[in-house]
Design a protein around this ligand. Sequence first.
Ligand SMILES: Cc1cc2nc3c(=O)[nH]c(=O)nc-3n(C[C@H](O)[C@H](O)[C@H](O)COP(=O)(O)OP(=O)(O)OC[C@H]3O[C@@H](n4cnc5c(N)ncnc54)[C@H](O)[C@@H]3O)c2cc1C
Length: 453
Amino acid sequence: MFDEQQYDVVVIGGGISGLSAAIRLSGAGKKVLLLEAQTDLGGKIRTSNIMGVTVEEGPDELITGYKKFDEMLKLTDTYNNLISPETSNFLIYSRNRLRKFPESLVTGVPSFNLKDIREFVTSGLLSPKAYFRVMIEPLIKLNKLESDISIKDLFEKKFGSEFTRNVVDPLFGGIMGADVSIISSRSYIPYIYRIVEQKKSVSLYFSRRRTNQHFGISSTPTGLNGIVQSFKKYAEGIGVKIVTGHAVDSISNNNGSWIVMVGSIGIKCKRVLLAVPSYIAAKLVHNVDKGLESLLSSIKYSEITVINSVYTADSVKLHGKFSGFLVPSYSGYKLRGCTLMSRKWGYAHMEDHELVRCFITRDSGKSEEYYIQQTAKELIQMGVTKGVPQKSQVKIWDAALPIYTVGHAELIQKINQTIPSNMYLAGASYNGVGIASSGISGIEAAERILSIN
Ligand SMILES: Cc1cc2nc3c(=O)[nH]c(=O)nc-3n(C[C@H](O)[C@H](O)[C@H](O)COP(=O)(O)OP(=O)(O)OC[C@H]3O[C@@H](n4cnc5c(N)ncnc54)[C@H](O)[C@@H]3O)c2cc1C
């Protein structure tokens, strides 16, 4: 299993952050071992198959446009293979029905360009009074932000409660599987927080400059696992030793070196990089530093259930080129979002059938059958489908996405001050939850290691 038991760096975790770190390190000449607990690499990226069609049980979108991660995609020969969605327009459930989500609102902030105002005001997302409240945002001066505040507080103060409830809650909270009243605006939407911090109008800022302009949505012809496979092939090609199906049990320090324990085998390395979710990193550092363990275990994760269902094409009543829809938590529905995968992605096209992927709020203790039935029932109530799906598959994520609660940035600062030298952290738990941000955190951790040698 392990040819040798001594490495320059042991990377623990073969998700996108661990793979990116291992590639960067090995490319710079380090002898790297990557250890993954599961039999497959990829972590949250989990592409599978239902009735012969490719389905995503975890993420389905890679956001391109982040320079460091784009470079990694190019290096691994992934970039040229990327595909774009066939449609990215989506709907939102608001005021008792599904309505088109204005394109200009995708950052969460209304733009005051004439064309955008027209689209927003005619969308029917808000009551006339709430539209008025949004429009006066440039006049709302907040006191200087002394510290982090929640997304809910920030938007309520700037744009009013109805906008926050109907737009911000499903857009940020729904996707994260968490309540916007606890999510940090400073860590989760820093591009908005910074403008408010400078006491400027967010709408006017976004009217001049749309921050999403250079970002794109992508996947590969075989789904997101295509990225994992290209990274794996490239990593092995440059000499990364990858061992899957073996979980690391603990780490300890031995005269300035780390001993990484996998069962009864101890692997010695100068540096160890933990590219696992924070609650797992916490357990791994138990013998190293209890203070660090406690800081890491204070980062909470959301629970998300994903249901992929195949319907006959004539059972789907929603027409038009929409990639799916979002549902706010106040609606009374358990559904939080739905992607019409066979309309969005070329790889999910089906003859006479549609692949529908839903996110539904976790109800602890409920069976997979419950989630299938509840989803099918709510899709009918919302006028999206008629009848039952031909086949469904459920993936329950007990720890789906890290929740960056208010004060997250200070917590990360403390973690960075506490972590011993020669130990590094990477992954979604710290500075960005998406695939690209997680990859970048792996690359940057690798660069910190390289900078001291
Ligand atoms: C349902 C869902 C939908 C999402 N949608 C999107 C999306 O559309 N776009 C987007 O950009 N992001 C999305 N995300 C977020 C994104 O997928 C993740 O944040 C990102 O992939 C995390 O990568 P990571 O490397 O940090 O961690 P992970 O993918 O969690 O990888 C960590 C790895 O460590 C391994 N491991 C754990 N313990 C041990 C151990 N003891 N020893 C060895 N290995 C261990 C795990 O098996 C895993 O492979 C979504 C996430 C979920 C759950």
